[in-house]
Design a protein around this ligand. Structure first.
Ligand SMILES: [Zn+2]
Length: 240
């Protein structure tokens, strides 16, 4: 039995995208490619502040920050943890689902509300994965399995049944999270990447045995795509 934790992307339409992110039997690495929306990317070279919605131990804060900063070498953005004021990205550890607004959609969220929720508990081996994945959404990246070249042989009935039973998703929830890319005309695509941190495991939800497992770290293509979206800054020639 696979134990999925939900991870979903919150969208400005309030139509949450939810995705099963965590699969305890993990592994086969597969990739799907990165994708995102131009209109939701942050301005390059800007500073993104993040904060916690409630008291979090220093140790846990540091661990989450480390996860967030896994992206840092591959973007030209500064990530700054702020205290006592709401960050642009506001993190809450609560509930069972994990989700994040995509990119600058976070700016549309009321200051009293989180823009990123981590439902995976810190004692889960999937916690660090979840932080990196959710922050990928916060940077504007979408789920890799929705890439048009993914061509995943979904067993739709199995997906409806499993996600309905395990997570209470409606067929519509499953459709919007697994099968249909919202606004594909507005999306920016990199290569399809089965190893992406933004890819869902497909184990038990497809026909055949070529399932994508749980990806625990940023893939090379994740890094390359992040760099493409947030390119290196050119400071010009330093004076001699
Ligand atoms: Zn996700």
């Amino acid at each position: 039995m696979h134990n999925y934790n939900l991870v979903r992307m919150a969208k400005p339409t309030d139509n949450f995208e939810r995705l099963p992110e965590n699969n305890n039997d993990a592994p086969a690495v597969r990739r799907k490619r990165s994708l995102g929306y131009t209109t939701k990317f942050w301005e390059n070279a800007s500073t993104i502040t993040f904060s916690f919605m409630h008291d979090v131990s220093d140790e846990l804060k540091y661990r989450i920050e480390l996860g967030i900063r896994k992206w840092e070498p591959f973007v030209s953005l500064a990530f700054e943890l702020v205290e006592n004021v709401p960050g642009m990205i506001r993190i809450a550890l609560q509930g069972k689902d994990s989700y994040s607004f995509i990119g600058t959609d976070a700016l549309k969220v009321d200051f009293n509300e989180p823009t990123m929720v981590l439902g995976t508990t810190p004692d889960s081996p999937l916690f660090d994965h979840t932080v990196q994945h959710e922050f990928g959404h916060a940077l504007g990246f979408h789920h890799a399995h929705l890439h048009p070249e993914a061509r995943i042989p979904w067993n739709k009935e199995a997906a409806y049944e499993f996600l309905g039973k395990q997570h209470g998703w409606t067929r519509e929830d499953v459709d919007s999270n697994l099968f249909e890319l919202e606004s594909p005309h507005a999306a920016v695509f990199g290569d399809y990447d089965k190893l992406s941190i933004m890819h869902y495991p497909t184990t038990n939800l497809i026909y055949g045995n070529d399932a994508v497992g749980l990806n625990l770290t940023l893939s090379d293509k994740d890094k390359a795509f992040a760099r493409k979206i947030y390119p290196a800054l050119n400071y010009g020639q330093l004076p001699a």
